[in-house]
Ligand binder design. Structure first.
Ligand SMILES: O=C(O)c1ccccc1N[C@@H]1O[C@H](COP(=O)(O)O)[C@@H](O)[C@H]1O
Length: 217
């Protein structure tokens, strides 16, 4: 459907959990230029190593309470998931992310720090940090219906969806996937126009309009 990446879940408690054999078969069927992401949640390091030995994963996604030392031991690019619920009280996103200087990016999800992610719930997208120097990926309760607004408000590098494009837990629905991708494409086109307009449009007193003001108009 045009996604840049797919996620392969290696978390036994998940309805989407894959065996190594299943994951290897999915990777073997992938077209070129689609990134394969392996999701782990507080897995034993040997479990991650066994998967890496058999499944050609491009990026690891750590969705639990993994430490920076744990994440870097595999010498693979990784994304660290950040639970945004209640994070402000425990130092905020910037302080949390600073602990993972070698992360390739951060995936912001709606769970509380220390709790399991993948809740299928949204969070307040205005809490996503702006102008952070590393890519931020938005996750949590996204659907074809809300993804355009989520991108507009959060201005993230990428979006990640799981339960919102399923017909039942663990069963991806191709119609929902295509509708989701259409929502993403629509907002990307709108954002390109707004960015151009932001640079070139001013009111009668010469004051530049912000992207949000232009969108409202
Ligand atoms: O998919 C799971 O079962 C899962 C389990 C534990 C942690 C994360 C999990 N999924 C990831 O969570 C986010 C958001 O998912 P959703 O769109 O809200 O359902 C995404 O990265 C999933 O891959």
């Amino acid at each position: 459907a045009g996604a840049d990446a797919i996620g392969l879940v290696f978390y036994p408690k998940s309805k989407r959990n894959l065996s190594i054999t299943q994951a290897a078969a999915i990777c073997a069927a992938m077209p070129p230029f689609v990134t394969t992401v392996g999701l782990f949640l507080d897995a034993k390091a040997d479990v991650v190593r066994d998967v890496l030995a058999a499944v050609p994963l491009d990026i690891l996604q750590f969705h639990g309470s993994e430490t920076p030392e744990y994440c870097r031991q595999f010498s693979r690019p990784y994304l660290k998931a950040v639970g945004m619920k209640g994070l402000a009280e425990s130092g905020g996103f910037v302080a949390y992310a600073a602990r993972f200087p070698d992360a390739q990016g951060f995936l912001v999800d709606s769970h509380a720090p220390g709790a399991a992610g993948g809740t299928g719930e949204t969070f307040d997208w205005t809490q996503v940090p702006q102008d952070y120097p590393k890519p931020i990926i938005l996750a949590g309760g996204l659907t074809a219906e809300n993804v355009a607004e989520a991108i507009r408000v959060s201005r993230v590098y990428a979006v990640d969806v799981s339960s919102g494009v399923e017909s039942a837990p663990g069963v991806k629905d191709v119609v929902k996937v295509r509708a989701f991708m259409a929502g993403v494409a629509r907002q990307q086109a709108t954002d390109s126009i707004l960015v151009m307009a932001e640079r070139s449009t001013a009111d009668s007193e010469g004051r530049r309009w912000t992207r949000d003001e232009l969108y409202e108009r």
